[in-house]
Design a protein around this ligand. Sequence first.
Ligand SMILES: C[S@@+](CC[C@H](N)C(=O)[O-])C[C@H]1O[C@@H](n2cnc3c(N)ncnc32)[C@H](O)[C@@H]1O
Length: 162
Amino acid sequence: MDITYHPIGVIHTPYLEKAPYQPVESDEGEFYLEILPEYVSGLKDLDSFQYIYVLYHIDRLTREVSMKVEPIWAGEIEVGLFASRSPLRPNPIGLSVVKLLRVDGNRVKTTGLDVFDGTPLLDIKPYIKDLDSKADANYGWVEKTGDLRHLALHILGIPHAY
Ligand SMILES: C[S@@+](CC[C@H](N)C(=O)[O-])C[C@H]1O[C@@H](n2cnc3c(N)ncnc32)[C@H](O)[C@@H]1O
């Protein structure tokens, strides 16, 4: 079965070739979702939320999809693709949670996103307190990699002193 999606807009970021592995809230530069005119009325009330989910098509992949991946920030650990956040997937759908700064006409301004400029936007959903945050969430296999704080900085692409 083939499924066809059409973008609802385009994501704008300062990144042309390299982007962080996950969104960095303190990233500098302009980050916004540009929504196609036919979908702009669907933005009503979105700005009542602090955080949103941004779903997109990871459109510029050059490497082959594999069911086993070695996340580069995790050392020499091999895990199943679906236990990872690798962008190389059978259906290359990306998901980022970011802070919504403001809605300005057809523009949804956000904090840092981890995508290349021009990435096709598939959907936006509100991130809702308690519904979307699970107090008993764990780190899964990521815990095996040792220093979780150190690792979190690597994942986010934040420079650190050690
Ligand atoms: C590890 S993925 C994580 C994406 C998302 N936060 C998630 O968890 O689904 C982020 C990486 O995808 C790559 N990327 C971002 N936008 C892309 C695009 N339009 N085409 C191909 N690769 C992209 C960049 O190398 C970036 O570091």
